[in-house]
Unconditional design. Structure first.
Length: 619
């Protein structure tokens, strides 16, 4: 063993408390992340490494190298991930962890992988017994007959006994149910037979009845959810100004406080290619090989998340982000129960799937006016969408059951949102990304934490930009965002206040390719469309086609549009929104200038490109 020369570098346990001065004074252990620090000679950098659709913070080692780590205690739990580069020759690689005892190294963990191929990451959790005398040192090595790309990722150590769970900062789980519009849930007047479990959860949580997305697509909307910023501030538009998220994210703030950040997603516009993995220790984009018929895979995604909670959730405070495309187009129902729901919605005495294939181009052709679908065809698509909601509803219920069965549930804030919905208008548009209609922009948004968050609902308008500031406030980090457009709703959620000062919320759409083609314009034309929601009115302004409409808002997103007689007040709000002027005193806009040297598009691998095409995006 001594023939493996240790590098002149040391992995130090990063045990800075995660939540405020009180936690620091209490000496609360946090993520236990092992951080690389150079001593004397050169150090190996920690970089983000993506293997088979999953990203880890990792260090690359060759067989001639080794790393030493200083533990925080003689007993504890060691967790890590290992993997090999797919572009090297096939060769066996042994990953070894040794502990020093009585001046000698003794093996405490060992596993063998075959280098080459798309194997991805292998995750391990090892309990280290109290070996005396123990110098609290660990060593990480690899053995292989050839030079290989071997990686140690996400290495962390948690002392045992750890700080009492009650002294730790609370955990956060953020669930995004992509394309699930509020109007399709029974609790919002939709299809109760398909959404019973989600509706039940909303009734036990604190739900916002009038929450609106900032933009009708996945990339831009999730940038707003995770940054607390409107698109005009974070500037991530997906090919318009920038496609990579460059704003400060929730993960950044929590990592600085010692949280271990983990994500299980389904690739495409929430993949690590677009920067969403920044400051996540683990970021899984989902399996690279999927059955072509099933582009969302909620059962796999939520199952992985539940397994992670059970295996690693007690080790340290964490942020867990879970995202699924399950109800996104193309709409293919999963099982007999979902098909039964879809057939009942279609109600034509025939199989709802008859003569319908998973054609991802059908929305674009309809929306551009090239091949308009019949009302019957559009109704079938809607029925299939509802059938997928039924399947997601059961998967979510299973995840919730497994989560609530864990002790950590009482110390965990669970937030459930959607980024946008879909519309099904045979005389207008279908899908999303072409209009700012309420059926697309009105989304569920709920906070759940028994004992801390009350049951109830709130009738005033709120925005997805309020999600991250509210999370931080609820876990004891109010005002942590340097430049958030959203505001904390924590006092409403906890019952400390019954209402907040009313304020408008904004949604926008800048690119609508099918609409532009339908008007015989370039598909890259800017439609320049905005919506302002207040508690009493909804105002919409569009450049292409040119119109302004307004209507009273009754809280459910319905009502006929009519020409606006006096738009002066709304024009002022939109001018402030676009230019970055303070539109209301408590949340001034802080637009970030887009640097000229920033790339217009990120580097996207072939797997992600194909995934986007499968979902119907032309990227």
């Amino acid at each position: 063993m001594d023939r493996f020369r240790p590098l002149a570098c040391l992995l130090l346990a990063c045990l800075t408390p995660a939540s405020g001065l009180a936690a620091q004074e209490a000496g609360v252990a946090t993520s236990g992340r092992l951080r690389l620090a150079a001593i004397g000679g050169g150090a190996l950098p920690t970089v983000k490494v993506r293997l088979a659709g999953a990203t880890r913070d990792a260090v690359r080692l060759e067989p001639s190298q080794a790393l030493e780590a200083s533990c925080a205690a003689a007993r504890g739990v060691l967790a890590f991930s290992v993997g090999t580069s797919p572009d090297v020759r096939a060769a066996p690689v042994r990953f070894l962890v040794d502990a020093r005892s009585d001046g000698e190294w003794q093996s405490v963990a060992e596993l063998t992988l075959v280098a080459g191929g798309a194997h991805g990451w292998t995750d391990r959790r090892v309990e280290l017994a109290d070996v005396r005398p123990l110098s609290r040192q660990l060593r990480f090595r690899v053995e292989s007959p050839e030079s290989v790309g071997a990686y140690w990722g996400g290495v962390r150590f948690h002392p045992v006994p750890a700080a009492a769970a009650e002294m730790r900062p609370p955990n956060v789980i953020l669930v995004s149910l992509d394309t699930l519009g509020a109007s399709y849930l029974g609790s919002f007047g939709g299809f109760a037979a398909a959404s019973g479990n989600i509706d039940s959860f909303l009734s036990r949580a604190f739900s916002f009845r009038r929450a609106y997305a900032t933009y009708p697509n996945t990339l831009v909307s999730h940038a707003s959810i995770l940054s607390g910023q409107y698109p005009s501030t974070h500037g991530t538009y997906g090919g318009l100004r920038d496609s990579r998220v460059d704003a400060e994210l929730l993960s950044t703030i929590l990592r600085r406080r010692g949280y271990f950040n983990v994500a299980f997603t389904e690739d495409a516009f929430v993949s690590s290619d677009f920067g969403f993995d920044r400051d996540f220790d683990w970021y899984d984009d989902g399996p690279e090989r999927r059955e072509s018929s099933f582009l969302g895979d909620a059962r796999h995604t939520f199952g992985r998340a539940a397994e992670w909670l059970q295996e690693y959730g007690e080790d340290s405070p964490f942020l867990l982000f879970v995202h699924t495309y399950e109800v996104h187009s193309p709409y293919i129902v999963r099982d007999v129960a979902s098909r039964r729901i879809a057939d009942s919605v279609f109600d034509r005495g025939q199989d709802v799937q008859q003569d319908l294939g998973p054609d991802v181009n059908v929305e674009h052709l309809h929306n551009a006016g090239f091949r308009r679908l019949s009302p019957d065809h559009v109704h079938r698509l809607e029925a299939l969408h509802v059938g997928e909601i039924d399947y997601l509803d059961r998967v979510f219920a299973d995840f919730l059951r497994r989560f609530e069965g864990l002790d950590l549930a009482r110390r965990t804030l669970l937030v459930v949102v959607a980024d946008h919905g879909d519309e099904f208008d045979p005389d207008g548009k279908i899908g999303h990304g072409e209009t700012l209609d309420d059926v697309v922009m009105h989304v569920p948004m709920a906070f759940y934490w028994p004992g801390r968050v009350r049951q109830g609902s709130y009738p005033s308008v709120v925005s997805l930009v309020d999600v991250a500031p509210t999370i931080l406030d609820l876990i004891g980090l109010p005002g942590a965002f340097a430049a958030a457009d959203g505001r904390s709703l924590a006092t409403i959620v906890t019952g400390e206040a019954e209402s907040l000062a009313p304020r408008p919320v904004f949604s926008e759409l800048q690119k609508a390719a099918a609409t532009c083609l339908e008007l015989r314009l370039s598909e890259d034309c800017f439609v320049g469309r905005f919506v302002v929601h207040t508690d009493t009115q909804r105002f919409e302004s569009s450049m292409i086609p040119s119109y302004e409409t307004a209507r009273p808002s009754n809280g459910h997103g319905v009502g006929g549009d009519a020409p606006l007689r006096d738009a002066t007040g709304f024009h002022g709000l939109l001018a402030a929104y676009v230019t970055g002027a303070p539109w209301q005193a408590r949340a001034p806009w802080r637009p970030q200038a887009v640097r000229a040297d920033r790339p217009k598009r990120p580097a996207i691998d072939d797997v992600t490109k194909q995934r986007l095409k499968d979902l119907g995006y032309d990227f």
